[in-house]
Design a protein around this ligand. Structure first.
Ligand code: CP
Length: 330
């Protein structure tokens, strides 16, 4: 199940012919987790496994030699931008980094469609982070080259959700049967929006723990409900901590608040520390998309259940897999 087929060999004179044609995801945009089914996910994870093996064995290799990624970030990023760069370079390709759009022609008023039309003259794929919901889908309407959504405002962060799910599979062996508890800012946290949707393809139970003003949006709850996934909302983590297999912690997103008094009222409400972990299962994992700003204490970092640093590394293999796939080399 894929969206927006591009680079059609019959219509695109710039298509490089060869083994790319017919490859799953070749030339496709990655805009939302809604475009994936379980079979797609199994395939992506299989390719990610191969990438991990290759990086472990030889580090860098030439699968995407000669290919260029435009990395276009209108919002700050450490992990997503640097892991896409590392992924492209591990695959032998190169990167046009535009991490400070204020130094690009965006600051002169250039529109998003014009910017992506420009970058696709120079690059084979564009990774885009933008503060507005739907910006990647909008960009994809104008671009002939694949657009990968690296976060669109409070909308989605599909590549993060893919790496999150890959983390769960790698750490716990399977997804079916798990209880996943999402904690913190579920309103503005785009990673939990994407992850809840992706998890609804599996036989899971979802708990949402948040302050009243940061509840999971009704639209997501309705969508997940449509897949008959049991969901429960709580204010207190203790109500569900003991039954939790995956505790997915999120940062309260200060930058999304219109009123900072509201932010002050909820900041620091949930803090996971070593004492909290004494009431969690012996076999479970704690995840976080990062950055963290105090919601997981550093005294949890050495707990083997703390998966958030390993989670970042899984992201490299997932992004290598996605780049190889959309460029027809997987
Ligand atoms: N998880 C994540 O999206 O991190 P960055 O904002 O650093 O990219």
């Amino acid at each position: 199940m894929v969206l927006n087929e591009k680079l059609n060999p019959t219509s695109n004179p710039h298509l490089p012919f060869g083994d790319q044609r017919g490859a799953p995801f070749y030339g496709k945009d990655i805009l939302s987790v809604k475009q994936f089914n379980r079979q797609d996910l199994a395939y992506i994870f299989e390719v990610a496994h191969e990438m991990r093996e290759m990086v472990t064995r030889i580090g860098t290799f030439d699968l995407l030699k000669g290919k260029i990624l435009a990395s276009l970030f209108y919002e700050p990023s450490t992990r997503t931008s640097s892991s896409f760069t590392a992924a492209m370079e591990r695959l032998g390709g190169s990167v046009i980094p535009i991490n400070e759009v204020k130094y690009s022609s965006v600051s002169k008023g250039e529109s998003l469609p014009d910017t992506v039309r420009t970058l696709e003259c120079y690059a084979d794929v564009i990774v885009l982070r933008h503060p507005e919901v739907g910006a990647s889908a909008e960009a994809a309407k104008y671009a002939r080259k694949p657009i990968i959504n690296a976060g669109d405002g409070v909308g989605e962060h599909p590549t993060q959700a893919l790496l999150d799910l890959f983390t769960i599979v790698e750490e716990l062996g399977q997804v079916d049967g798990l209880t996943v508890t999402m904690l913190g800012d579920l309103k503005y946290g785009r990673t939990v929006h994407s992850l809840a949707r992706l998890l609804s393809l599996y036989d899971v139970r979802l708990n949402y723990v948040s302050p009243e003003i940061l509840r999971m949006p009704a639209e997501i709850i309705e969508e997940v409900d449509g897949k008959d996934i049991p969901q429960a909302e709580h204010r207190d983590l203790e109500a569900v901590l003991a039954e939790t297999d995956v505790l997915y912690v999120t940062r309260v997103q200060k930058e999304r608040f219109e009123n900072l008094d509201d932010y002050d009222a909820v900041r620091g409400l949930y803090v996971i520390d070593a004492e909290t972990m004494t009431r969690a299962k012996a076999e479970m994992i704690v995840m976080h998309p990062l950055p963290r700003v105090g919601e997981i204490s550093m005294d949890v970092d050495d707990d083997p259940r703390a998966a958030y640093f390993r989670q970042m590394e899984y992201g490299l293999y997932i992004r290598m897999a996605l780049l190889a796939m959309v460029l027809g080399k997987a």
